[in-house]
Design a protein around this ligand. Structure first.
Ligand SMILES: [Cu+2]
Length: 348
């Protein structure tokens, strides 16, 4: 008995050295639909974003952005194609939203990261509850066409981010232009790129068997080089909102709109829901490591779970050592969250 106990202790010690035990989650937070937050919660959440917009930059790139909020815009812009149109797209943005949520907690937000379930607004995106002009509890409305403004969109003059002045990557006001895509030709038929997130496309998504195909279909086939392809919900929502949200390509500065995070939280929920559909999905990770804009080719090496996450903010929540495999399961450290409704988007 004594020898056996010694042997076990030794084996445990060796095991611990070989792979240090991951910390456990203290508890699993539940991310909630924005619509199910009450007024006080909404005001507190939006107040935390305003706090981030007031906080000085930590200058993760050695350059002073206008605020801590804009540091995150840079963090998203910097890796460019290393995190878009590649297998890493979903894991990278999962971590990005988690890191943003941690900053909001520093600014007094006590809840989990909420999400905008846009698939529930598929019939008329302009009628979504997300458009709320209230300065305390609303993200503001959706803008309109203006030839004289950046991205041909209007400055948002209502809600919590009314007349929000952006400095990075160049000075302008926060803009949106949903009416622009009421009849956008590439994504029709249907207004506001509806095809990307209507029940039919969501059902298609839920039936995809492999991460490789699911990831591409959720992100969106690259629109420039696949003009006839079906838009994915991620790309469809970016495009539908126009203004700052559609600044993909070389700018990648869409996190300038606080709705970016509400959108990506839902993209993450769709992925987490898909992962929960089949145990084979949870650690399924496959695809390309590179994207070539000139040719529109997804290319490069075969992506692996061991690949570094490439999070640009050194030391943000100890993220420099993270691998893709560390963010595959939302219910494990360092993520520790789940969603209040995992599957209503799956039309059976
Ligand atoms: Cu992105």
């Amino acid at each position: 008995m004594v020898n056996l106990a010694l042997f076990s202790a030794a084996a445990l010690a060796v095991g611990a050295l070989a792979s240090p035990a991951k910390p456990k989650c203290d508890n699993i937070g539940v991310r909630r639909n924005w619509n199910s937050l009450n007024g006080d919660e909404k005001a507190s959440f939006l107040g935390a974003i305003q706090c981030m917009m007031q906080k000085p930059s930590l200058s993760p790139n050695g350059v002073q952005q206008a605020s801590r909020f804009e540091d995150f815009v840079w963090t998203h812009q910097y890796p460019g194609y290393a995190i878009h149109w590649v297998a890493k797209f979903l894991p990278w943005h999962r971590w990005f939203v988690k890191a943003y949520h941690a900053e909001l907690q520093e600014c007094g937000w006590e809840g989990e990261m909420p999400y905008w379930a846009w698939e529930q607004d598929w019939q008329d995106l302009s009628a979504s509850n997300i458009w709320n002009a209230d300065p305390e509890i609303g993200f503001g409305t959706y803008g309109n066409f203006d030839y004289n403004n950046v991205y041909n969109s209007t400055t948002i003059t209502d809600g919590a981010f009314a007349n929000h002045q952006i400095q990075f990557p160049f000075p302008h006001m926060l803009t949106r232009n949903l009416p622009m895509t009421a009849n956008y030709p590439w994504t029709g038929p249907g207004p506001y790129c509806q095809r990307g997130y209507n029940p039919e496309n969501m059902k298609n998504l839920s039936s995809i068997a492999t991460y490789k195909d699911f990831s591409v279909a959720l992100e969106s086939p690259d629109p420039i080089h696949n003009p006839n392809s079906f838009p994915g919900p991620h790309g469809a929502i970016h495009l539908a909102l126009w203004g700052d949200m559609r600044t993909d390509g070389t700018n990648n500065s869409s996190p300038n709109d606080p709705l970016f995070y509400m959108h990506h939280s839902n993209v993450d929920r769709i992925w987490a829901s898909w992962q929960a559909l089949d145990e084979k999905h949870l650690y399924d990770f496959e695809g390309n490591t590179d994207f070539y804009w000139e040719t529109g080719m997804r290319s490069g090496l075969a992506a692996q779970l061991d690949d570094p996450l490439l999070y640009a903010e050194k030391n943000a929540m100890g993220s420099e050592d993270l691998k893709v495999s560390d963010v595959m399961d939302t219910t494990e450290w360092p993520l520790c969250y789940t969603y209040e409704d995992m599957e209503p988007w799956v039309v059976r």
